[in-house]
Design a protein around this ligand. Structure first.
Ligand code: ZN
Ligand code: ZN
Length: 203
């Protein structure tokens, strides 16, 4: 009878358990940053999704030569400053198929994302001046630097004028009257930098 030289289990040579103990399947290094607003950064990209991080771990999983991986499924779960990785592996060892769940983990480092650091610095590029009830069209929360009451309505201060312009043009297509005006607020490289104000009315 064949048995594992390490544990005595019936096996042709070293059994799977002993083999995996000596040569664990390893998830490559995973670096994740998180911001208090909930955004994640992975591989130079803010707004990384957990699924994408899972896909990355799936691709990076290293198996020893004796193991052939048939399928790898990774379910990442964010728990505070830990990213738990449940890695379900199907593979073949010495011609025998096997299934295993490996648990891995990655550290999540707390930091401030560019959007939040702009917000905390009082930065804004555009103001939507609603002079009508707020439209049905939702605004991206992460774009809003602050909201102020003003004569005749609410002023939404937004981080990006690109975003504000897109939002305003959607409103004008929905039949709102949108007027924009510029106000220079600083100089950069000898050029005036403008903030854009969009006055929005229902017609
Ligand atoms: Zn063994
Ligand atoms: Zn943030």
């Amino acid at each position: 009878m064949n048995m594992c030289p390490k544990c005595g289990r019936e096996s042709k040579g070293v059994c799977l358990e002993c083999f995996l103990e000596a040569h664990p399947l390893e998830a490559g290094e995973v670096k994740v940053l998180s911001c208090a607003c909930g955004r994640l950064r992975h591989r130079d990209r803010w707004d990384a999704r957990l699924e994408d991080i899972g896909k990355y771990v799936e691709k990076g999983l290293k198996a020893p030569f004796e193991v052939t991986l048939k399928s790898v499924r990774v379910a990442p779960v964010l728990e505070g400053s830990n990213l738990a990785l449940d890695i379900a592996v199907e593979g073949v060892y010495k011609g025998e198929p096997f299934k295993r769940t490996i648990t891995g983990a990655a550290k999540v480092q707390k930091t401030t994302c560019p959007t939040c650091s702009r917000k905390s610095g009082g930065y804004f590029e555009a103001v939507l001046q609603f002079r009508c009830p707020l439209p049905e069209l939702p605004l991206d929360e992460r774009q809003i630097a602050k909201v102020e009451k003003s004569d005749g309505g609410l002023d939404y201060y937004l981080l990006s004028n690109n975003y504000a312009r897109g939002y305003a043009s959607q409103l004008s297509r929905k039949g709102y009257a949108v007027k924009s005006s510029n106000k220079a607020f600083s100089m950069r490289d000898g050029q005036s930098v403008y903030r854009i104000y969009y006055s929005i009315k229902k017609v």
